[in-house]
Design a binder for this molecule. Structure first.
Ligand code: NDP
Ligand code: ZN
Length: 175
């Protein structure tokens, strides 16, 4: 519990000047907290490393945070999960998206849980508070890409996979 609170404070600080892409520009930290909430309260996940990694999952990718720092503060296991769900930002975006689909089945079960929660939360956000400038077609492409990633990790947590499938039902109709 103490480690989880520390991770939340750490992520809130690292993401402090960032906003989500919705029209209201919600505080970024709402998103990692939503992942941990989905895992703990919809998925009954109690594994501390998974919940800590969910809170920290975008720190390496989107803030000035290093793997060494996460290892020192939160231990090897949580840091390794974060590393597994971190895209290589030196690669072009399309390649990163392709690699997420390709790697979904090969990452650890704990990293798969974080990835599954991330896709649930992002589909819910696109349905309820989407990026302001996205066309229907772009939202539809995102839903299908997220489903391709999740299809690669099925079996890891059937209850959360069902939550993903319900979120997917909100895919916008072609305009
Ligand atoms: P982005 O990767 O740019 O944006 C999606 C990501 O933004 C999510 O995965 C999430 O990541 C984060 N995010 C922040 N706020 C929100 C929010 N409110 N709702 C949902 N997600 C949010 O977009 P794409 O996935 O579309 O990837 C870009 C690709 O799309 C490129 O390959 C590009 O070429 C292509 N493209 C397509 C267009 C089209 O019209 N079809 C137009 C322009 C580009 P996280 O969880 O990490 O925060
Ligand atoms: Zn995320």
């Amino acid at each position: 519990m103490n480690m989880l609170i520390r991770a939340t404070a750490f992520a809130a600080d690292r993401h402090r000047n960032q906003r989500r892409k919705d029209a209201e520009a919600s505080p970024y930290i709402n998103h990692p907290i939503a992942l941990a909430d989905v895992l703990a309260n919809e998925g009954d996940v109690a594994d501390e490393a998974v919940l800590v990694a969910a809170i920290l999952h975008d720190t390496i990718e989107d803030t000035e945070t290093s793997m060494d720092e996460l290892v020192a503060q939160f231990g090897r296991e949580a840091a390794a999960i974060v590393a597994e769900v971190t895209d290589d930002k030196t690669l072009p975006k399309a390649e990163r998206k392709r690699l997420q689909v390709e790697h979904a089945s090969a990452i650890s079960g704990k990293a798969q849980l974080v990835k599954l929660a991330d896709k649930i939360c992002n589909l819910r956000d696109i349905a309820a508070c989407p990026p302001a400038d996205w066309s229907v077609e772009r939202k539809r492409e995102y839903f299908d890409w997220a489903k391709a990633v999740v299809d690669g990790l099925r079996g890891v947590h059937p209850v959360l996979e069902a939550a993903f499938d319900r979120a997917y039902e909100a895919k916008p109709l072609a305009g």
